[in-house]
Design a protein around this ligand. Structure first.
Ligand code: NAI
Length: 697
């Protein structure tokens, strides 16, 4: 039963009960329809209160039913709302905590709405590439006015109920109830019972003194802000119907737009990312009931680039942090950077002074491991050298309390080897943050051979607490993200060899939607990092082919922005990438030496070669079990590597292109003498899925 029914003092109370947020799934809808019918038939019932149990009034559609026939089975949401409107007895929606999407649309079909302060009210459909589909675009403007409603629908952002209730002329809420909401709602219902029913929201009129100009203004704004997504502009169209059409015609228009958007690649991509984010926290062999360890205090070793950012995540979440370094100067430098970052936020008005003070008060520093004795989680972010990690983990093993989680932020080293430096490999795990660690959403959680399930569950929960997208990766060189990016970078190099300039490659992939092309990225991160990795690779995997241009660039001392010269030239103090004649010459000389006649490469080929390089490696990662599922890989790329959100990640994109087409294109690339034929050998999983007409996701 996912909605309960009871009668209290002549008022029928229908309570949605579908944890966690009372999603309007099929069973809930059926139970509510039953409840409405029962209340209507019962002469002793004079009024009805509709509410939600637990943590929400209703969060809207039940995401577990997405795409299944149950999602639209009758009574569907539109039907249910109509039943509420036609019920001859007054229905009071008693709204609290969360009232979003379909939940708000349902409330708008009720005769009255009473609300608790602090309720998050939103129509967030635009965030998954849609518009509200059960009358939200037609009813919300009727109760909140054109401007407020349009803002909410186009942004999808929640607004607090007390703010909406304060809007002059608003008809969304009839009463703000401080204190006991149910008592207030029942009293309200008794008051209105027996009185003539008020006009329904559908019967109200939307007026605006300057509606055409306002709609035009909104259209221009939206166009500038959402170039890769069709839904925001469609929100404006639908809301305009609330002004220009009769209610039922407006509803028909909303439905038409909703249905058309549902099948756009952008909506599919956003849905995939939305579900992927939630799915990432689920690990097949680690049940959700796995107990987690209590993390009250965190230690961070190393106050460099990463250690500082990592610490900020915990301070932001209210968790005390102790940073350990080798020298006082290093500690002072690290803390100064943290202060500088917070002060910049205070200056911009993004952080209040008292919050800043609270966060800094949670931070302590030390030069002695003794001070890490009471930490529940210790994250190491020292130099990327196995010898240094060995010293750190052996010391940690000696001092950390039993049950403490020992994590490494290593980006390339073997977490199993690191775990073996301790006598408690079950407590060791990788926590691979991305730079800047206080900003980037991605956290790769690296599961070692011995990592205990409760350690994994704890780290995933901590990831959520510090607002990261935590994705589990097995142990391999580069884990999920960097292992794939290496193949992408190799392709970028081959493209230079064949005739591209760095700027042409960057522009093509940026037009596809990447935040930054590979060469601008290299200049930002420092080309010397890849250089060091390639030198190591040359020892570990001799014979792997790649363009030598990146090494030659580093030999010229062109490390990137930090040396004011990389793939591009830079002017002092500026970050604008200026194409470099010196680099063009170096590439041309290299081609000559290799006997390559440059050719014109199309932007389409550039994009396909870079993206399919990611896809093929991803297929291997999936097949080897390094990633648990395709959507995990997409989440890594969306949250850590600037892959365009409207394409849903490399594997979602490959599915949309069609795996048969991906494989055929790869075969064509394999025939290119300047590329590497073995590179384009489709991964067995990719070949299999393509042959069977299946997809990754
Ligand atoms: P960094 O060089 O900025 O900072 C390292 C800090 O560790 C230095 O302040 C150093 O004094 C300190 N340190 C070295 N040995 C120590 C020891 N035995 N005990 C205490 N402190 C010690 O390096 P960064 O960039 O912060 O990298 C740290 C780790 O994070 C590395 O494993 C790296 O691979 C990884 N990583 C780096 C990323 C980046 O973009 N920089 C991204 C993701 C991971």
């Amino acid at each position: 039963m996912s909605a309960s029914y009871e009668v209290r003092d002549g008022v029928a109370v229908i309570t949605m009960n579908n944890p966690p947020v009372n999603g309007l799934g099929y069973d809930t809808r059926v139970a509510m329809a039953d409840g409405l019918a029962r209340a209507q038939a019962d002469a002793a019932v004079k009024a009805i209160v509709l509410t939600g149990a637990g943590k929400a009034f209703s969060g809207g559609a039940d995401i577990r039913e997405f795409g299944s026939p149950k999602a639209i089975a009758e009574p569907n949401l539109l039907t249910l709302i109509r039943m509420a409107e036609l019920c001859g007895k007054p229905i009071v929606a008693a709204i609290h905590s969360v009232c979003m999407g379909g939940g708000l649309e349902l409330a708008l079909g009720c005769h009255y709405r009473v609300v608790s302060p602090g309720t998050q009210v939103a129509l967030p459909e635009v965030k998954i590439g849609l518009i509200p589909g059960a009358g939200g675009t037609q009813r919300l403007p009727r109760v909140l006015g054109l401007e407020t409603a349009l803002n909410m629908i186009v942004s999808g952002e929640p607004v607090k109920s007390e703010l909406l209730a304060m809007q002059p002329g608003q008809k969304l809420f009839d009463k703000l109830v401080d204190g006991d909401l149910m008592a207030g709602a029942i009293a309200f219902a008794q008051e209105v019972a027996g009185k003539p029913l008020p006009p329904l929201v559908r019967d109200l009129k939307v007026s605006h003194p300057n509606r055409e100009a306002y709609i035009q203004f909104a259209r221009n704004m939206v166009k500038g802000m959402s170039k890769n997504f069709p839904a925001p502009a469609k929100c404006v169209d639908a809301v305009e119907y609330s002004l220009t059409r009769k209610f039922d015609d407006g509803m028909a228009g909303e439905r038409e737009i909703f249905t058309a958007l549902m099948f756009t690649p952008e909506a599919k991509a956003l849905r995939h990312a939305f579900l992927g984010e939630r799915a990432a926290s689920k690990i097949p062999d680690v049940p959700e009931s796995t107990p987690v360890r209590d993390i009250k205090k965190v230690g961070v070793i190393g106050a460099g680039t990463m250690g500082g950012g990592i610490s900020m995540n915990f301070l932001n979440a209210g968790v005390p942090v102790t940073i350990l370094e080798m020298k006082q100067e290093a500690l002072d430098r690290g803390v100064a950077t943290i202060r500088k970052n917070y002060e910049a936020q205070v200056k911009k008005g993004k952080l209040k002074q008292d919050k800043y003070d609270q966060r800094m008060a949670l931070l302590s520093t030390t030069l002695s491991y003794d001070d890490l004795k009471d930490c529940d989680l210790i994250i190491e972010a020292v130099f990327e050298e196995l010898g240094v990690k060995e010293t750190v983990f052996k010391t940690l093993d000696a001092v950390a309390k039993p049950g403490a989680i020992l994590a490494s932020n290593t980006s390339t080293l073997d977490v199993d080897k690191i775990a073996a430096f301790t006598k408690r490999p079950q407590d060791v795990v990788g926590m691979h943050f991305f730079s800047p660690a206080n900003v980037m959403k991605l956290l790769e959680v690296v599961r070692g051979k011995a990592t205990a399930k409760d350690v994994l569950a704890t780290v995933m929960a901590i990831g959520k607490k510090i607002k990261k997208t935590a994705v589990v990766s097995g142990v391999c060189d580069g884990f999920i993200g960097n292992r794939m990016i290496e193949q992408y970078s190799r392709q970028a190099g081959f493209l230079l060899d064949e005739g591209c300039t760095p700027a042409q490659v960057d522009k093509a992939i940026e037009k596809f939607g990447f935040a930054m092309g590979p060469f601008r990225m290299g200049d930002l991160a420092g080309n010397d990092i890849g250089w060091a990795i390639r030198k190591r690779r040359a020892i570990e995997h001799p014979g792997m082919r790649y363009s030598k241009t990146a090494d030659l660039l580093c030999e010229m001392g062109r490390y990137g922005q930090k040396t004011q010269a990389g793939w591009y030239d830079y002017q002092a103090g500026k970050r604008d990438a200026i194409p470099s004649a010196k680099v063009d010459q170096m590439i041309a000389d290299y081609r000559k030496e290799q006997g390559i006649t440059p050719r014109k490469v199309s932007d389409e080929e550039i994009v396909q070669r870079l993206v399919f390089a990611l896809v093929n490696e991803a297929a291997k990662i999936l097949e080897e079990g390094i990633a648990n599922k395709a959507s995990d890989i997409d989440m890594v790329y969306l949250t850590g590597y600037g892959f365009p959100l409207h394409r849903g990640g490399p594997l979602c994109y490959a599915d949309q292109v069609g795996l048969y087409n991906v494989v055929s294109t790869m075969k064509r690339f394999a025939a290119n003498p300047h590329d590497d034929a073995s590179f384009w050998q489709p991964a067995p999983l990719l070949a299999k899925l393509a042959a069977e007409g299946k997809s990754f996701t």
